[in-house]
Design a binder for this molecule. Structure first.
Ligand code: SF4
Ligand code: SF4
Length: 204
């Protein structure tokens, strides 16, 4: 798996959930399909009057989520920027040609109320629940950065093995200290709750 394959999979999903935060700090999520995919970038169309557009212009942070039929969760965390003015028409035409229903929603020149955003920098979380053990990995596009998540076992581990018996995925290796196989970890927290000496820490 890699970032480009994840973007291709998102394209196959077609309709993606785009989440932002409004001016009151409340989460806002909507489905978007007016999207054009490049191997390492995403372009999408919305209307300038929509709250979605206002939230993107104010902050730019957006999280995009797709879920495939194979139980793969793909989450792109990124900053969206308006495409430069001189390129707006070009990308709008590309998106409208790929998504013919848009000409029904915005016929003729009414599409001019639209604005195209681009995403070139971001991080991708890939999480496959359709295999055992489950598999997760992180990738970046452009200048995106990965924020570590999950759990790790510290040096105070006494090697009792309790965490391993509680782990739904059996993804903890024996050793000194024990170690979590991060690519197979659910982030469920059972190891942290079961450890008798509090050797498991949350990573964030
Ligand atoms: S967080 Fe859950 S899945 Fe991950 S190592 Fe701990 S118990 Fe296992
Ligand atoms: S339960 Fe805690 S002390 Fe025991 S093996 Fe796991 S991390 Fe180490």
């Amino acid at each position: 798996m890699d970032a480009k394959t994840c973007i291709q999979k998102l394209q196959h999903v077609g309709v993606l959930a785009f989440a932002t935060v409004d001016e009151h700090g409340n989460p806002q999520v909507r489905n978007i399909s007016a999207i054009h995919y490049e191997p390492d970038a995403i372009y999408f169309f919305t209307a300038r009057g929509k709250d979605f557009c206002r939230e993107l212009l104010a902050d730019g942070h957006v999280q995009i989520l797709g879920y495939t039929r194979y139980k793969e969760m793909i989450r792109l965390s990124a900053k969206a920027e308006p495409v430069p003015e001189e390129q707006q028409r070009k990308w709008m035409d590309v998106i409208f040609s790929e998504q013919p229903y848009l000409s029904n929603v915005y016929p003729g020149d009414t599409r001019d109320i639209g604005i195209v955003f681009e995403i070139r920098d971001g991080s991708i979380e890939y999480f496959n629940l359709g295999v055992r053990p489950i598999f997760r990995e992180n990738y970046t596009i452009g200048c995106g950065e990965i924020s570590p998540k999950g759990y790790r076992i510290g040096d105070s581990c006494i090697g009792c093995g309790t965490c391993l018996t509680h782990c739904p995925q059996g993804c903890i290796e024996q050793g000194t200290p024990y170690a979590i196989q991060q690519e197979h970890c659910l982030h469920c927290g059972a190891c942290l709750e079961s450890c008798p000496v509090s050797a498991v820490e949350r990573v964030s």
